[in-house]
Write a protein that binds this ligand. Structure first.
Ligand code: XBP
Ligand code: MG
Length: 264
């Protein structure tokens, strides 16, 4: 039996590497469809990721890169409509099965469900994106394995604020200290730590490699699969890691190590 009660997963970058070839082209398609001359290339999008949330990201772009752009009087409504269009494009892309789950994700979700470890989602992305990703992952019914999907605008402040984790934990009736968060970004780590999560595991993604993950228990390149193990890159509980893919036993060692370190 493991010492933790639940796993809370981030979505973008953690369940799947969605940003560069998913969200980014979906934003660009929405901009083109609206007749805008905005285009987010791979480098610019990396800078824009400093701000989480698609609507917030568009406003950040206008403030920093297009301060002279003359928008409509109802800018909030305009951005919201553009974002609805972006979501349609992103969901369509997921429907084409072009964005797979990251290595080890489905394996770990299966193991957790079988063992009775509770599962939740804590993300800034729009709820439709989460369901579309899970419904197109190749395994039917995965979406029902999660008892809570905390996503998008259910809280006003997105990551790095702790609110979305706090919201998920309240619905699950669990203290953060009993749970592990799985994240890929500095903003996500700050959010999870702010909500008092017992341990945070990071799998770096294409845009987040090398970020400051201070406070994370384990930093990896991926969860890994048998024959393609995870590579340990750091973290306060790095010494608890043994070679191989990340499974419940590995998470349990990490969690207990973290707990011991806190109680001395
Ligand atoms: C993910 C995000 C999201 C996506 C876009 O952050 O910032 O905003 O880029 O999603 P995290 P929406 O992984 O830390 O939750 O356009 O639906 O907002
Ligand atoms: Mg993320």
């Amino acid at each position: 039996m493991v010492a933790f009660a639940a796993l809370l997963f981030d979505v973008d970058g953690t369940l799947a590497d969605t940003e560069r070839d998913g969200h980014r082209p979906a934003f660009n398609a929405a901009f083109a469809e609206a007749g805008l001359d905005w285009h987010w290339d791979v480098d610019l999008y990396g800078q824009l990721l400093a701000v989480t949330g698609g609507k917030e990201r568009m406003r950040y772009y206008l403030e920093r890169w297009r301060p002279d752009w003359r928008g409509p009087a109802d800018l909030d409504g305009f951005v919201a409509e553009l974002h609805r269009s972006k979501t349609r494009h992103f969901v369509h892309l997921l429907g084409e099965g072009r964005i797979p789950l990251r290595p080890g994700v489905l394996r770990l979700l299966r193991e957790a469900t079988t063992a009775g470890v509770r599962l939740g989602i804590s993300t800034t992305t729009t709820p439709e994106n989460v369901t579309a990703l899970l419904e197109n992952c190749g395994e039917p019914g995965v979406v029902d394995w999660f008892e809570v999907i905390a996503a998008g605008d259910v809280v006003p402040k997105k990551k790095p604020a702790p609110d979305i984790y706090t919201w998920a934990l309240e619905r699950m009736g669990l203290p953060g200290s009993a749970c592990i968060a799985l994240e890929d970004s500095d903003n996500g780590v700050r959010s999870a730590l702010g909500a008092g999560l017992g341990a945070v595991l990071v799998t770096e993604s294409s845009y987040t490699a090398g970020q400051d993950f201070s406070g994370a228990a384990l930093i990896l390149d991926q969860l890994g699969e048998p024959g393609a193990p995870a590579r340990v890159l750091g973290g306060d509980a790095a010494e608890s890691a043994v070679p191989g893919p990340i499974d419940l036993a590995a998470l349990d060692r990490m969690f207990r190590h973290r707990h011991r370190a806190r109680s001395v």
